[in-house]
Design a binder for this molecule. Structure first.
Ligand code: URA
Length: 261
């Protein structure tokens, strides 16, 4: 059994800084297993301890995994240098300093964004050699053309000369301007640049899956849900592209066209 300092235990699982914890200790506002803590360097067993700070229990789970349905207008970053962070959409209890979005969706893009404090998992998802699948639904300015299917499959060349990996695209039966695309890489503005390369333009883009993790239909824009670690492992399974397309064609497509925020 390895023990840890209670101030470290709390700061890793909440927004409290070590100084704030010290102050709360001096005001007798922290208990561990029902006993008032007198010193912030007291050791606890992180596997079993129940810590209450100012009346609220500190969740004893080191890693947290949140699915956010990102709305338009938020940036996928913890810093706010270029706009309002997606982190603002989470309640304070989930906005701890170690949480960050995994990968980027553009400011005007919508859909599935994973937010976690598990750096190792983020690295596994983003590692270029893993080629984790990402599926998007897009609303195009011009109608989808069946010739795109082979062009994307053979690997498009973008305007800057970048040679894309093969990608799968398919039109939607709901509207000739809706399409689905599956990528196994994630370059800057990639989906938008791929459709530009075939003379089209992406007006709205929504990510609906990352690996085997699929955006729940019940999650409205700006809403989030917490995942359990065991569900996170599904990230590394391959989704069925055709099944997802048919599943998302109706309800989500309508949402995409009519209600972006
Ligand atoms: N490709 C884009 O062009 N934008 C995104 O946000 C994601 C993929």
């Amino acid at each position: 059994m390895s023990l840890m300092r209670i101030d470290r235990f709390i700061s890793e699982r909440s927004e409290y800084t070590r100084n704030e914890i010290k102050n709360l200790v001096s005001r007798k506002l922290i208990t561990a297993d029902g006993i008032v803590i007198k010193k912030s360097d007291m050791k606890v067993n992180p596997d079993t301890v129940k810590v209450i700070v100012n009346g609220n229990e500190i969740r004893n789970q080191k890693y947290r995994y949140i699915i956010l349905n990102k709305p338009d207008g938020y940036i996928s970053s913890t810093s706010e240098n270029d706009g309002i962070s997606v982190m603002r959409l989470l309640p304070e209890s989930l906005r701890t300093k170690d949480m960050f979005p995994v990968g980027r969706l553009d400011k005007d893009s919508l859909g599935l964004l994973l937010i976690t404090n598990d750096g190792e998992l983020a690295h596994r998802i983003l590692a270029p050699n893993r080629h984790v699948s990402k599926i998007y639904i897009v609303k195009l300015a011009q109608s989808f053309k069946s010739e795109y299917i082979n062009l994307f499959k053979n690997g498009l060349e973008l305007a800057d000369g970048y040679q894309c990996m093969p990608a799968v695209v398919s039109g939607s039966e709901l509207s000739e301007k809706l399409a689905f695309i599956e990528l196994h890489e994630g370059k800057y503005h990639q989906v938008k640049r791929m459709f530009s390369a075939v003379g089209n333009h992406v007006e709205v883009l929504m990510r609906i899956s990352v690996g085997g993790l699929i955006l729940p239909e019940t999650l409205g824009f700006g809403e989030h849900m917490e995942l359990l670690h065991k569900n996170v492992e599904s990230l590394f399974s391959e989704p069925d592209f055709n099944l997802l397309c048919s599943k998302f064609s109706g309800k989500f497509s309508a949402k995409l066209i009519n209600n972006r925020s």
